[in-house]
Design a protein around this ligand. Sequence first.
Ligand SMILES: [Zn+2]
Ligand SMILES: [Zn+2]
Ligand SMILES: [Zn+2]
Ligand SMILES: [Zn+2]
Length: 250
Amino acid sequence: MRAAYFIAVTVLLSLISFVVSTAAPVAVALLWALAVGGVAVLFVKLISHTTDAASDIAPMLMAGVVVGAGGSLKWFTNASTLGWWDAAGVLVALGSAWAVDVFAAGRGKRVCFICKLALEERVPFACPRCHQVICTRPSCWIARRFRCRYCDEREVIVFPIDERWWASRLGPRVREGSCNSCYKEAGEADLRACGRCRWTLCRRCWDYHNGQCTHCGWIVPNPPAALRPFLGASEPFDTGRGESDARRRR
Ligand SMILES: [Zn+2]
Ligand SMILES: [Zn+2]
Ligand SMILES: [Zn+2]
Ligand SMILES: [Zn+2]
């Protein structure tokens, strides 16, 4: 949090507070105190980072100081409108800042779908398969396979089942040979050939490998939108993976 901004705005609001509470009726002064609480929360959110521990009490501090300073200035200037409402205004401002802060925190907090811990990332991202918001801890996000742990365990699919979707990208079903990842025969699995090297994988294995050929690294054109951000950052391909995956899945 930038202290200079904090102090400058607090002083400015204190002066406004002084003017308002001197010139305006009591009801308006109390409404102003209520507004100060909200303004303090907004301002502190604007200038602070989410990880700042100090920002928890900063809005209340600001609201209390602003209204309190307004009242103190009245006392110094012997303003005729000084009264119990100036003390009440401080309490109103404190309560307002606290309430707005609690309300904002409850609405803004995002937690990981799996571990339920708060998400630290500025831009939370969703698992391309289940679309739940997931944190990047290795126990929740399987980065190597672009999916969350739940989707990995349940083998949730991401590609559509529509035959036209497959035919337009990988051509018609291959009627001979076997899947090079799970070794199912052409008769028992829907095999499709790689668009570059003609390596055959079954539809489930294309899905499992996120549309990437396990032989040459070619990627199915026009993949599901949810997968695209991850495929762009895909790591270099290693050929030993197909076999170990096949063993794992049996
Ligand atoms: Zn998590
Ligand atoms: Zn998922
Ligand atoms: Zn297969
Ligand atoms: Zn290929």
